[in-house]
Design a protein. Structure first.
Length: 317
């Protein structure tokens, strides 16, 4: 397997934690989006259905009370207006609730509630007519027809409200669980990123020390000493850093020491040769001077001999 270059290892030390932190951030955003989506679903369905059913139940109760108020006083205009408004509004509210519940298990029960409300409205309208035409039959109709139907309708409304509330609670619990899971995933990614960051930092420190052969400050001082020509102190290199920068500096220092030694030896040889040449020149100069003196003495002797021969020749004449 090919060994990663120093630059590649350095890039890896920065990229790997960054990727993991981005993953943690993405998991957090995904969790927030999922939680928000679930919360919107909760608000749009279960809680909305429960609220609509509560409004229907409240309005139906007002209609019941209005019927009884009319039974006691058929001239009660407020009760008549309330009952008319309830009869107009209740079917619309039930239809809106059924529309909200589309795609859920509440559709069929709410449809049944809508049918009961229509029957209940019909009975209440019958009671209103009896209040005007047959007051003696009102009480019997309320007791025998309206009250049992209202009890059935109210039970259905209460049951479906409770079911919607329980469904909302379960949805809320699911949302909380997903939110917690998202936080756990994000925390796990963050912890993993931190672990990888620490591990890669340690690897990076070890790689730098292996490449340099020691601390960066020690490598800098060693290079400065060599650059300044100071070869006195040995560069200390651990045995595990045989191929490091400090090992190269150590080899360079040894090589430069050898070169300096060779230059010094050559300088000493040149100095010795120069001394010998100077001594030879001095000896040659001395001999030359001696020879010149001898030649001068010989020339003087020759002059004396010439003078003697000239005198002898003159005497012979």
């Amino acid at each position: 397997m090919k060994k990663l270059s120093f630059f590649s290892q350095l890039v890896l030390c920065f990229v790997a934690p960054a990727v993991l932190f981005c993953a943690a951030l993405g998991a957090t955003f995904w969790g927030l989006w999922s939680t928000q989506s679930d919360f919107r679903g909760l608000m749009a369905h279960e809680q909305a259905i429960a609220g609509a059913l509560r409004e229907v139940q409240t309005l139906a109760l007002r209609a019941n009370q209005a019927v009884r108020d009319l039974a006691l006083d058929r001239s009660n205009k407020d009760a008549a207006q309330t009952l008319t408004m309830a009869h107009e509004t209740l079917p619309k509210d039930v239809a809106r609730t059924v529309e909200l519940a589309q795609g859920s298990e509440f559709v069929d029960p709410l449809t049944g509630i809508g049918t009961l409300i229509k029957e209940h409205i019909a009975i209440q309208q019958k009671i209103v007519l009896q209040v005007r035409d047959s007051p003696g039959e009102v009480i019997m109709t309320i007791l025998m027809e309206e009250t049992p139907l209202w009890a059935k309708l109210n039970a259905q409304l209460t049951q479906q409200m409770q079911a919607a509330t329980e469904r909302a609670g379960a949805r809320h619990a699911t949302t909380e669980q997903r939110s917690t899971q998202s936080l756990v995933v994000a925390a796990a990614f963050a912890a993993l990123a931190l672990t990888v960051c620490v591990a890669l930092s340690l690897v990076m420190v070890r790689t730098v020390r292996r490449e340099l052969g020691g601390e960066p400050a020690d490598a800098k001082r060693a290079l400065l000493r060599v650059a300044e020509g100071d070869l006195r102190d040995d560069v200390v290199v651990p045995a595990s850093a045989a191929e490091s920068l400090m090992a190269a500096v150590q080899k360079m220092q040894a090589s430069m020491r050898g070169m300096v030694g060779q230059v010094r030896q050559s300088s000493d040889s040149i100095g010795t040769a120069s001394s010998e040449i100077a001594t030879g020149n001095q000896d040659l100069s001395t001999r030359t001077e001696q020879t010149a003196a001898n030649l001068q003495q010989t020339a003087s002797s020759m002059e004396q001999l010439t003078g003697t021969l000239r005198q002898s020749a003159d005497a012979a004449r």
